[in-house]
Design a protein around this ligand. Structure first.
Ligand code: UT7
Length: 314
């Protein structure tokens, strides 16, 4: 019998400190109006003394609680992050220890596409019978790699974590996933360190990234729906990576999806990279918009470049 990877629990966590566009006006040559119109972002959260693992723990506990599972029930933990606490060990292993799990755990790096890459990986383990319960987390402290003097990037990013518990199910779950990478775009969006022991900060050719994001994500959304013999009418919600409201609207328009069927959190969260999709998902699950049986399309693109989609019956 075919096994499906089904999301049975979601959780999220945001650090307490808020930085509004008005706060950024005081330190950068920018305005609330410019940021709101060009991006849709109004505020973002940043850590003061918390780590990527700290954020991941809070989101993971909530996801496990919703799934009615204990950490010891987990067969695998996959943590998508661009901002691991250390070069090694993997932040996922620290998470494993601190929540009291005993399963294998690894980090996965696909920047803003990290969550869809991690969810697609979890899908393979469940469908081939290697695991029954997997914790998939996106957790980021992007504030640590942002150049706070660069107005073209400092306004975009935020910190946070989102998590899902994916479990083996005989009836429904993930229907389809598709991943892409093209490393020839490295210099368009990267962290500018030359050596592994330098931290570096985010450098982005914003306008170029913007155009490629709209093109690739639109093509991918169409391809995903075609592969599933679906149209956008069959989608209950799109839960996109939250990078820019104009990118999200352009993709929705291309697939004829009304914006009323798109979950948006970027006004409050900014771009939290690998955390943005599970954060938005958890918000909409907990406020009652997303219900069991809904068809959800996740899609995202990130750093120089990786992009992907997952289509889920929730
Ligand atoms: O999540 C990973 C993927 N990342 C993304 O998806 C980000 C994709 N890119 C974007 O979201 C947009 O390109 C940005 C929001 C980063 C920039 O918006 P844009 O409409 O592409 O603006 P632009 O880069 O073409 O810049 C337009 C103008 C420039 O001034 P001039 O040359 O026209 O005089 C910039 O210097 O806006 C200026 N500018 C700013 N002005 C006020 C750039 N940043 C700011 C700012 N405040 N913060």
């Amino acid at each position: 019998m075919k096994k499906f990877a089904r999301i049975i629990g979601t959780g999220s966590y945001l650090p307490k400190k808020v930085i509004s566009n008005f706060d950024l006006e005081k330190t950068l040559d920018t305005t609330n109006e410019w940021i709101t119109i060009r991006t849709g972002i109004k505020e973002r959260r940043v850590v003061t003394d918390q780590s990527t693992c700290d954020l991941a723990i809070e989101a993971s506990k909530k996801a496990l609680e919703m799934a009615s599972l204990k950490a010891t029930d987990l067969d695998l933990i996959i943590l998508a992050t661009t901002t691991p606490d250390k070069i090694f060990p993997a932040t996922a292993t620290m998470l494993q220890h601190r929540i009291g799990a005993s399963c294998p755990a690894f980090d996965l790096q696909a920047v803003c596409a990290g969550f869809v890459f991690a969810l697609s990986t979890a899908q393979q383990y469940i469908e081939n019978g290697s695991a029954n319960n997997i914790l998939v987390v996106g957790s980021e402290t992007m504030s640590k790699i942002v150049d706070w003097n660069d107005r073209s990037t400092a306004i975009l990013f935020g910190d946070g974590a989102g998590a899902v518990v994916v479990s083996s199910d005989n009836t429904t779950g993930i229907k389809h996933s598709k991943l892409y990478s093209d490393g020839s775009y490295m210099s368009s969006l990267h962290v500018n360190n030359d050596r592994i022991n330098e931290l570096g900060t985010i450098e982005m050719a914003g306008n170029e990234v913007y155009k490629i994001a709209v093109k690739r994500l639109s093509e991918l959304a169409e391809e995903t729906l075609n592969d599933c013999n679906m149209t956008s009418d069959d989608l209950t919600w799109m839960v996109p990576h939250q990078a820019n409201i104009r990118i999200i609207s352009a993709v929705a328009k291309r697939i004829n999806l009304p914006m009323s069927k798109v979950i948006l959190t970027l006004d409050k969260h900014g771009n939290t990279s690998a955390a943005s999709i599970p954060l938005a998902l958890d918000v909409a699950v907990r406020d009652g918009r997303i219900k069991k049986g809904d068809s959800l399309l996740f899609e995202g693109i990130g750093g120089g470049f990786s992009w992907g989609s997952v289509l889920v019956e929730y």
